[in-house]
Structures are given as C-alpha cells and as structure tokens.
Write a protein that binds this ligand. Sequence first.
Ligand SMILES: [Zn+2]
Ligand SMILES: [Zn+2]
Length: 160
Amino acid sequence: MMRGVLADTVSVLVVGIIALVGYVAILWVATAFFVWRDARRRSSSAMFQLLALLLGFVPPFLGALVYLVIRPPRTLDEDRALALEEQSLLDLENDARAMRPCPSCGKEIEADFIVCPYCRTQFARRCTACDRVLRLGWAVCPYCAEEVGHAPVGRVTRTG
Ligand SMILES: [Zn+2]
Ligand SMILES: [Zn+2]
C-alpha cells in the first residue's frame, strides 16, 4: 500500500517536472523568437539579427533582457516615419520662404521681400528699431511701438 502511494507521488512529481521543463523550454524558445523578430524590425544587419538570436537563447531569459538594453531605440519603421516627419518639417520651413508673384510686375519673388528686385516696386518696409516687415501704410511698428512715420511710397531709386 505504502509503495503504491510512493510510486504515485513519484510519477506525479515526474509528470510535474516534465511539464515544468516543457513549459520553460517553450517560454525560452518563444523569448528567443521574440528577440529575433524584434531585431529584424530594428536592424537590417544580418550580423545583428544573428547576435540577437544567440542572445535570445544564451543565457536563457537573461540574454533577452540584455538584448532589451542594447537594442536600437527605434524600429526601422519608426526611423522611416521620423525621417518623413523631419522631411515634412523641412518642407514647411521652405514654404515659409515661399515665392509669390510681385503685385506689380508678376515675377516670382520671395514672400518676405520688401522691394521687388525686378521692377523696384516697394510694397513693405522694415522697422528701423526691430527690423520686422511693416506695411507701407503703418505709421507705428505694431511689434515694438517704434514711431516709423509715413512711408515713402513709390519706387526705390539707386542712391550713390
Ligand atoms: Zn516687380
Ligand atoms: Zn519695430
């Protein structure tokens, strides 16, 4: 009777250990697979992917933790998205320096020009104090309250 109970206990223990080992092994392989897949998303280098796969296996689980520390901070997709974002920001900046047609002669000039370099028509001027662009009709600078008087309207002629 005692022998039977002992044998049952041992076999339950063995089954338990086998289940535990199997569970840990599956977890181990899954971890390595996760690390390898993550490495593929973060680097196109085959060397790095192989290194990540090795780290995923040895040392078990700890290697995956080490990988999490040394992996590239961004995935390739994120890198691409970031580059696109920077590009669109750059485009926006270029738009700020956009061209527009001269109201007088119609030639393309930069938007923040105050005088058309082709026909010499002046359509704005700069504040003498803060250097910002003012419309010709303004007698006072709205940015720094400098009195700028009345604008000389008309064409800019060469002096000197
Ligand atoms: Zn012009
Ligand atoms: Zn001003």
